[in-house]
Write a protein of this length. Structure first.
Length: 578
């Protein structure tokens, strides 16, 4: 199906103006297929990856149908993470830029209830939020659903992976039956299909092939390099290609922190982004990156969800992702809007098989890159310095510097020697020097060492990526979406923790407060941003509950969750005594 022009769609003048103001002329594949169905009022079931333009696909029809004469909440958009909620809210505000009297509000864990309550009281026709915080506001009475006519579930499979299944069911059960529902998901596991059967009415199916996600404008390279050499190689590639804005992906939070420190010690302008950061810290880092005050953002896959920054020159896979689809998500953040982009993947010898799988999946070639030598880098510096020098000479106005040159000449220095010394000070020595990166030799001993290093990170800092492996398949008949929340939530507590140490936390709410396992899991993951797989066994008693938390996440859970609300009840947390 050929993509259509936005001007050919039956949109209001205000939305057409906003789309043009954003620089869009042709709709993406998902927008071309979904917008006409949504404008007709049909439910939509969309299968598409991140970065395909889903926000406009559901956002434009919702904005067009909002009654701006009413201040009641008419649309709810659910997303799995705080970062995505903020991102989608900002995108919707751009689309509604010229639509008068339309208020769009984001509500998510880790942000002030007072601010959110104030915004909701002022009247928010569209509410964008994470399931846990939306449930909290419903319980408090600050978010009323009786006038909701549109519900959107974006990244539904990620909400499933993060333990929000029961919350999705709960919210959909509370909104009026007479509504339009749109659900978007990269994959369609059984629980999501059950959800669509129960809550969507004869939906229009829209599916975007995975092959369309990988941009042909991205030059992909890999480097067979040891872990100890990767920071040096990264620095050289940045200089060789004169990169200005970069995303760097690591598989673990610990690796993010260690890499940021190593890059900053080299004088590179890098900041990290992962699940342990508070929302205020995440916002500061993201604003720096969007404004190019920081030109290297080091992130885990989960923390990077929702990041949509234009002008990213290159993506570095400091670690190869365990899930092949994550590779597509990562590199898709460069080479957008017709621009060219680059991706660099660092691999060990044992990961060559994974590299071949990536090539088969993306139907694209990942070329072996050539490691720049120190001599090449020095020559490049000199060439760039020469161009800068020429431009400076052409500007003129250099006479005021002549007295200093005259002074140096009277002391016996020649102009040639002065100029050469300045070049060396600015660009470094062009002579070839020994460096371990110049001669890469990954032998079996190096591989063993890398394997030990990798497993150390895996043991102490479980991979942050979302994944369907978090949820064990249940044997026998699958449960229906509208079934017992207690039974449904048990699916998310059947997890593998390997050798991970779990700490038991006491919570002062239980069955008498109508709290169940799903409520606790949703609140913990929604408020703190930690992965559902790092939450262990949950026991709910009459007046209190216990929840097991992975040791490395206990501090953030205690700090963030204490005095927060679950089902409208303020909770206190303590580490349980043996």
């Amino acid at each position: 199906m050929e993509n259509i022009l936005f001007s050919a769609l039956p949109l209001s003048a205000a939305v057409q103006k906003a789309v043009a103001d954003m620089g869009f002329t042709t709709a993406t594949a998902i927008q071309t297929q979904a917008i006409p169905f949504a404008m007709e009022g049909r439910d939509v079931l969309g299968q598409a990856q991140t970065g395909t333009g889903k926000t406009a696909a559901f956002g434009i029809p919702v904005i067009e149908k909002i009654d701006t004469n009413s201040r009641n909440t008419q649309a709810i958009v659910l997303l799995p993470t705080r970062e995505l909620a903020v991102q989608v809210c900002e995108e919707l505000k751009k689309l509604a830029k010229f639509t008068e009297d339309l208020n769009i509000v984001a509500i998510y864990g880790g942000d002030s209830y007072e601010r959110q309550n104030r915004e909701l009281r002022r009247g928010a026709q569209i509410v964008v939020g994470t399931p846990g915080r939306v449930i909290d506001h419903i319980g408090r009475g600050s978010l009323k659903l009786n006038n909701v006519r549109f519900v959107v579930l974006d990244e539904a499979d990620e909400m499933l992976n993060m333990g929000f299944y029961d919350d999705m069911v709960d919210i959909l059960s509370k909104v009026p039956d007479e509504r339009q529902t749109m659900l978007f998901s990269a994959t369609m596991p059984n629980p999501i299909l059950e959800l669509t059967k129960k809550f969507l009415d004869d939906p229009a199916h829209v599916k975007i092939a995975k092959a369309t996600v990988t941009a042909s404008t991205i030059a992909q390279y890999y480097f067979m390099v040891k872990s100890s050499q990767r920071v040096e190689l990264m620095a050289r590639l940045i200089e060789k290609h004169d990169l200005k804005l970069m995303l760097v992906f690591c598989n673990t939070k610990r690796q993010v922190d260690e890499l940021v420190e190593a890059l900053q010690l080299r004088g590179l302008n890098a900041e990290g982004l992962h699940g342990d950061l508070k929302q205020s810290q995440r916002s500061i880092v993201m604003n720096k990156f969007r404004n190019s005050n920081v030109n290297m953002l080091i992130a885990t896959d989960v923390a990077a969800r929702g990041i949509d920054v234009t002008g990213v020159d290159a993506v570095f896979n400091y670690d190869i992702p365990h899930d092949i689809e994550l590779y597509v998500h990562r590199i898709g953040r460069t080479g957008r809007a017709g621009r060219s982009g680059m991706s660099f993947s660092f691999v060990s010898a044992r990961e060559t098989g994974k590299l071949r799988e990536i090539e088969r999946f993306t139907k694209s070639k990942v070329e072996e890159g050539t490691i720049p030598t120190t001599k090449e880098i020095a020559i490049l510096r000199q060439a760039r310095f020469a161009e800068t020098l020429k431009a400076e000479v052409e500007k003129g106005g250099l006479e005021k510097y002549q007295p200093m040159l005259d002074m140096l000449v009277t002391e016996g220095l020649s102009l040639e020697h002065i100029a050469a010394a300045l070049v060396r000070l600015v660009t470094g020595d062009a002579q070839e020097s020994k460096s371990p990166v110049d001669e890469v030799d990954v032998n079996s001993r190096d591989r063993d060492r890398e394997r030990g290093s990798s497993s150390r990170f895996d043991r102490n800092d479980r991979n942050e990526r979302g994944g369907r492996s978090v949820i064990k398949k249940r044997s026998g008949r699958s449960e229906r979406s509208g079934g017992d929340r207690e039974r449904s939530s048990e699916r998310f507590s059947e997890r593998k923790f390997d050798s991970q140490k779990m700490i038991k936390i006491f919570i002062n709410v239980g069955k008498q407060q109508k709290v169940n396992k799903g409520d606790i899991l949703g609140a913990v993951t929604g408020e703190t941003g930690i992965q559902g797989k790092n939450v262990g066994a949950i026991e709910v008693f009459d007046k209190f509950s216990f929840v097991e938390i992975a040791e490395q996440d206990v501090r953030i859970v205690m700090n963030v969750m204490d005095n927060k609300m679950i089902k409208g009840r303020k909770v206190n947390l303590e580490v349980a005594k043996d």
